[in-house]
Design a binder for this molecule. Structure first.
Ligand code: GDP
Ligand code: MG
Length: 210
């Protein structure tokens, strides 16, 4: 589950250095829902954006009729890092939005602890594909509704049933531009994912009676 190691955080005067655990979290959701914004809001490193220009390879699948001058397609991938706690560092990977980059999702999903699915209540259906993807692969995820101004607010139950979420999937509101808000979302994903992978104390056999 650990995705890599990073350098120990600087030690305090008396405390031994802490080697943080590093975990990989995916950030998914429809186009324009705020993935790049979310990664940028929390990342301690300048978010890396990989721009790939695919012209020949994309020609058969990119419908450029009417926009014949558009001979390139750009895919941007977001990557960032955040120290959630002294001993816990997250690497964030934004998933590409375009349908034909699903093969990249499989690469990105390797070793991921969990995922955030960003949703916009004005077009909830844009995140169905991401939810399906994580459900099928049993990758723990939380849904964060990015609260754009002007988007209607709905009760949790309404959003849950529209997305057909299992009751244990965390659902929260967030502002992808706010570091604190995004940190809360990430903490919730980590907590949810760890609860699923770690044996629960109440799942342990009861001690034998003496
Ligand atoms: N008002 C508002 N705008 C946002 C929020 N999150 C993202 N945006 C804007 O929405 C647009 C799309 O966001 P972006 O992060 O690029 O979406 P992506 O396609 O999922 O990466 C950008 O212009 C952002 O500035 C938000 O929480 N509130
Ligand atoms: Mg983006």
């Amino acid at each position: 589950m650990a995705f890599g190691r990073s350098r120990p955080a600087p030690a305090g005067p008396r405390r031994p250095p802490v080697e943080p655990v590093t975990l990989k979290i995916l950030v998914a959701g429809g186009f324009g829902v705020g993935k790049t914004t979310l990664v940028g809001a929390v990342s301690e490193i300048r978010p890396l954006r990989t721009e790939e220009t695919l012209s020949e390879a994309g020609r058969p699948v990119d419908d450029v009729s009417g926009v014949e001058s558009k001979t390139t397609t750009t895919v941007a991938m977001d990557f960032g890092r955040i120290t959630l706690r002294e001993d816990l560092v997250l690497y964030l990977f934004g998933t590409p939005g375009q349908d034909r980059f699903w093969f990249l999702w499989d690469e990105l999903a390797q070793g991921a602890l969990g995922a955030v699915v960003l949703a916009d209540t004005r077009r909830l259906e844009d995140c169905f594909a991401a939810i399906d993807y994580f459900e099928r692969r049993a990758i723990p995820f939380a849904v964060a509704v990015n609260c754009f101004e002007g988007a209607a607010r709905y009760p949790d139950g309404t959003v849950r049933s529209a997305l057909d979420l299992d009751p244990d999937v965390p659902l929260m509101l967030c502002d992808a531009r706010s570091r604190d808000s995004v940190k809360e979302v990430l903490a919730s994903v980590v907590e949810h994912a760890l609860a699923l992978v770690a044996p629960r104390p109440d799942a342990l056999p009861a001690p034998a009676a003496t």
